[in-house]
Design a protein. Structure first.
Length: 82
């Protein structure tokens, strides 16, 4: 399927496991750059390694998005990196 995501940067909150991980995998398969934002850094690192081993580009931000500031910082980090 072509979701027209090639080279688009996609921030995925809760992206390390479950539905979020499935979204990250699908985005990577479509040529997007998924940025996994999750408080579970170990699970996020495992998924990032998987995606990069399959030839994708991926970001990882380990944070608990409990404040507006942490949400804003995640977006800022993503913009700086990609």
């Amino acid at each position: 399927m072509d979701l027209q995501l090639k080279d688009k940067v996609v921030i995925i909150t809760g992206g390390a496991k479950g539905i979020g991980a499935a979204i990250a995998r699908t985005c990577a398969a479509e040529g997007a750059v998924p940025v996994i934002v999750d408080r579970d850094g170990a699970a996020g690192a495992t998924l990032r390694s998987e995606l990069e081993n399959n030839g994708g580009v991926c970001g990882l931000i380990t944070v608990d998005l409990e404040t507006p500031e942490s949400c804003s910082e995640s977006v800022d980090q993503t913009a700086k990196q990609f």
